[in-house]
Write a protein that binds this ligand. Structure first.
Ligand code: M6P
Ligand code: ZN
Length: 191
């Protein structure tokens, strides 16, 4: 303790309810509708049409009370709704860490996965309940719901990692995840 001028957050127990995807106690919830993912999907016409006709929720992220500050390990539960836009499965925005640090995802419900891209190499990790996805430092990551029900996962990441969304806009994401007859088809991401 002596190393800290100010005591970091107290030890705490957090309840995770998988069915509702909630944390207790919890911090803020972020809800992203389709319009918040402008520029993510390949087909701008389909995107605009789906935004105009309902602008559905694509995913939400419930955070724990652990702050995004250095040395802490915040957690969050992400729920991606089932669906697609222009043939592409619903996805998160995707980001690189500003400070290149690793992250762990743990599958809770549904079927999905992570597209990882280090600027040259693309990878896909399928995540189902009980599977851990390890995101090494330097790999941008985007989550995809490839199933017909909600896909939920727990994320644990260094509090100082940050979110660099601009990196993905500039470098792309390696793969795009399409739904063909409900099955996942990965295609190269063309910038
Ligand atoms: C996970 C974590 C969060 C991230 C969220 C949504 O819960 O990686 O840090 O914010 O997924 O992903 P994005 O920020 O790319 O929309
Ligand atoms: Zn991350």
């Amino acid at each position: 303790m002596s190393e800290f001028a100010k005591r970091p957050i107290e030890p705490m127990q957090i309840s995770l309810d998988i069915a509702s995807g909630s944390l207790t106690p919890s911090g803020p919830t972020l809800t992203r509708r389709l319009s918040d993912l402008d520029g993510c999907f390949l087909n701008p016409k389909e995107f605009q049409s789906d935004v105009t006709s309902g602008n559905p929720i694509v995913y939400d992220v419930i955070s724990s009370l652990v702050p995004e500050t250095a040395r802490e390990l915040p957690q969050s539960i992400t729920t991606i709704y089932p669906g697609s836009c222009g043939g592409e499965f619903y996805m998160t925005k995707g980001h690189q860490h500003l400070d290149l640090q690793g992250e762990i995802y743990y599958g809770l419900e549904g079927t999905g996965g992570i597209i990882l891209f280090d600027g040259k190499i693309s990878k896909w990790l399928e995540i189902t309940p009980g599977k851990i996805g390890y995101i090494p430092p330097g790999w941008a990551h985007r989550s995809i719901n490839t199933g017909a029900i909600k896909y939920k996962f727990l994320a644990v990441y260094p509090g100082s990692a940050g979110h660099d969304y601009g990196w993905v806009l500039k470098n792309g994401m390696g793969y795009r995840a399409f739904s063909e007859n409900g099955k996942l088809v990965l295609k190269d991401f063309v910038i």
